[in-house]
Design a protein around this ligand. Structure first.
Ligand SMILES: *Cc1c(COP(=O)(O)O)cnc(C)c1O
Length: 394
């Protein structure tokens, strides 16, 4: 089908919830995407931090295909091997104890909130608890996740949301401390804020929050949906901070293309859930968990976290120099590993459009920030290729 025709037809039947780029993607290969006209793009967005392995990883694709013929779905009333193996690997990678698989990131956040509330309820015998969330955070679009998402424009039209969410400033320990009271069940934050503009937590800040949680018996929920799965150079970003959450959420690159997320908790916290407290029909079915299992295998075989450290450091150096060279246009450079951002003085939409014309896919985080979240398998030469196009696009 002609590209214009496809876009016209899509616009007639899909809800207008996105300002989509005028491109019709067709297939992918490694770190490149191709549109229906055969035009090739270097991909620095990875389907929003999803395609960690790049496109067409043979072992991943073979495993996904094999599971299609074997068993796609059973419901969670029965056991199956892929779900067991995937949970074991996720437990090992996170250092936490128990897993609940979901279909998406937002559902992982929903589950984490429910678990925190149930834990509080069991401990205090009352249900009226609060969760402290961060300004400029992003946790998803369902009602519970939206309630702890600190961007007013995403929330206003949908209120009332779930009650008991209060907001503090990210990287400002005192602002959190002020909000803590006897009703506080949990503090939720991204270890590295993604949509909000690529802001890593400060080390001292996160350690103080952890200590505060320990002191007051409050649960720390770290949302690693975007920054987890190797993106910052360790399997999970919190592993670089010398802290451990009580509950962690993960999704995006967990499935590398199949829709799956999870929330993972310590034994003590997970024990608050009893049979009947939470459930899902599709969540963690053998189709998606077999993919998760292979994703973990591929991370090990490719030694991906070490690769991210190396290429991430290269990207950091190059983007840092780029930001300096263009300090008339760029105000800041932030990030860890292969999760970095350049903050411009002006909105970046036009830059992203021009880059796309020149065969580079980038995405924004907020109006003024370009977010660099490529497949984790990119090489230094791809960083150079990206920068050459970016140079011509600004
Ligand atoms: C993307 C994202 C979510 C939501 O995940 P979905 O799979 O889109 O529901 C939640 N938290 C963070 C940090 C994210 O980046």
């Amino acid at each position: 089908m002609d590209k214009k025709e496809c876009i016209r037809r899509a616009e007639q039947v899909l809800m207008h919830t996105y300002g989509r780029y005028q491109v019709v993607l067709d297939h992918g290969e490694g770190v490149y995407l191709y549109d229906t006209d055969g035009k090739k793009y270097l991909d620095f967005s990875a389907g929003i931090a999803v395609f960690a392995l790049g496109y067409g990883d043979e072992k991943y694709n073979e495993a996904v295909k094999a599971q299609v013929d074997k068993l796609l779905h059973t419901s969670n009333y029965y056991y199956n091997e892929p779900t067991t193996f995937a949970a074991e690997k996720l437990v090992k990678a996170s250092g936490l104890d128990r897993v609940f698989f979901t279909n998406s990131g937002t559902e992982a956040v929903e589950g984490a909130i429910k678990l925190a509330r149930k834990y509080y309820y069991k401990k205090h015998g009352v249900a009226d608890s609060q969760i402290i969330a961060m300004e400029h955070s992003f946790h998803g679009r369902s009602m519970g996740a939206l309630s702890v998402t600190g961007t007013t424009k995403y929330r206003t039209a949908f209120e009332p949301l779930i009650g008991g969410a209060v907001f503090a400033s990210f990287n400002d320990f005192e602002s959190i401390k002020e909000k803590v009271n006897e009703k506080t069940a949990a503090i939720i934050m991204e270890t590295v804020q993604g949509e909000g503009g690529i802001y890593p937590a400060d080390r001292e800040f996160l350690q103080k929050v952890r200590a505060l949680c320990d002191e007051k018996g409050i649960l720390l929920i770290l949302d690693e949906i975007q920054c987890g799965m190797g993106r910052t150079g360790t399997m999970y970003a919190f592993q670089q901070y010398g802290v451990k959450p009580d509950i962690m959420t993960t999704a995006k690159a967990l499935g590398c293309g199949v829709p799956v997320g999870a929330f993972v908790a310590t034994d003590e916290v997970a024990a608050a859930f009893e049979p009947g407290d939470h459930g899902t029909t599709y969540g963690g079915n053998p189709f998606v968990t077999n993919a998760v299992s292979v994703v973990f295998d591929r991370f090990e075989e490719l030694n991906l976290t070490a690769h991210v450290k190396e290429v991430g450091a290269y990207l950091y150096e190059k983007l840092g120099a780029f930001a300096q060279k263009h300090s008339d246009k760029i105000v800041a450079h932030r990030g860890i590993g292969l999760m970095q951002g350049l903050e411009f003085k002006e909105p970046v939409k036009e830059i992203i459009n021009r880059a796309m014309e020149k065969n580079l896919i980038l995405i924004a985080a907020g109006a003024n920030i370009i977010r660099f979240i490529p497949p984790l398998v990119i090489e230094k030469e791809h960083v150079d290729e990206m920068l050459a196009i970016l140079e011509k696009s600004i």
